[in-house]
Design a protein around this ligand. Sequence first.
Ligand code: BES
Ligand code: MN
Ligand code: ZN
Length: 489
Amino acid sequence: MPVVSAPENPLDFEGAAIAVGHYAGGEQTSWLAKLDEGLGGAISQLRTAGEFKGAPGELVTLFHPQGKTKRILLFGLGERSDATTARAFQACAAAAKELAGKDRPRVAFYVEPTWSPALQASGLAGALVGSVGQDLYRKEKKRFPFAELAWAGGSDATLARGQAVADGINLTRRLVNEPPDKIYPEAFADRAVEAGKEAGFQVEVWDEKRLARERCGSLLGVAQGSEKPARLVIMEYRGRGDGPWDVTLVGKGVTFDSGGYSIKPTDGMKTMKCDMAGGAAVVGAMHAIAREKLPVNVIGLVGLVENLVSGSAFKLGDVLTARSGKTIEIHNTDAEGRLVLADVLDVAIERGAQRIVDLATLTGACVVALGTDITGAMTNDEAWYGEVKSAADAAGEWIWPLPMFKEFGDQIRSEVADIKNVGEGRWGGAITAAKFLEEFVQGKPWVHLDIAGPAFLDAPKPWLDAGGTGCMVRTLFQLAESLGDARRE
Ligand code: BES
Ligand code: MN
Ligand code: ZN
């Protein structure tokens, strides 16, 4: 979606629609004043009559029959003092979603000239994300992404940043929204290779033979039940040349999770194409980071399998040997994500990982704990967690810590093998899963992000269609940006 800068006076814009941001109370922009004048005072009258208050998410359409652009969408930004990147993203996304309900090829956004570059980039990213839906295979589309978006204010660099982040999010959403018959391990790996060519990072793909040679017995144990062979994708981006990795991103890429022999009921299984959302977020973030040429070295790894049932599938009681040498007794084949990540983390460390963030739709228990909008964060290193948390706060995404007391680790001891793949009973399931992962990080600073809640929407939000959300792409991009800034200082 090409982004251009909009003319200074909104009355000069020629296109299908103008979206104009409006704060609740307080001073309004000169753009609004000009539009109000062109509309014979319609906007101020609406405000005085209490028909439009400028609350976040509020939308009112006006028509300007004499104007170069006839449709004006007023959208609320909330209180000026509450301006955050999250609100900028959501408000602009809500307006874009509304406008993209019909084919409107050229639209302009006039939001707020005094916004910081971070707010401008977030607003623009929101506008570009909100206009894209999940109707990939419908003949009659519900959402029509703009052919061109004109954005008022903000430097070229700011616009490029917003666009790179939006493209990363939309790439992630697309990978999640594509059905599991289209996105299986090899297909996902092909998409990652394409993304690398497009944005400028190296991609290496390990096939099932290489995975076997590398003794990835834990990942391959899960893949065993599917006719689709497993893959491991390794993406390398060097934005500051030689030297160590500034950050290592690891993603769960279960392209479909039936649960295996611990099979899921239909209701729990029907959206399990989303079980590669962590891996998709890693690809989306790599794409955005490389496109923006951030001055950091980032390596991203995604373990790709399909968790199915067949005569060759892994079973309860099986003992798998992970790449690290640890043996794992299987007590539940639906606790498969941690088995995949165990081997991917081991490869990551061999490749020189120093500071790790893993992303995974890992546990329903995390959704029970924190709800569907918040990412659970678990760590072995408070300082590294602090950096990830600051990035999430700045990016406008919600993460919240869960404790990692040693007692949770005691629950995964096995009588038969070194560890087993689930805790005793279901309580604290997000934490026992994280404790399992911790067994494979060799004490490296590590943050585990459980995105089982926010990765996928069952129902639409005012600012986003249902389906994949692209959550954590903004946070990962922000983290890479902050690490790059820290290096320059
Ligand atoms: N992919 C699921 C977790 C999940 C649940 C993701 C809901 C998105 C939405 C994961 O592989 C899983 O099945 N976890 C089990 C773990 C249990 C068997 C210990 C779960 O949460 O029930
Ligand atoms: Mn599962
Ligand atoms: Zn899963």
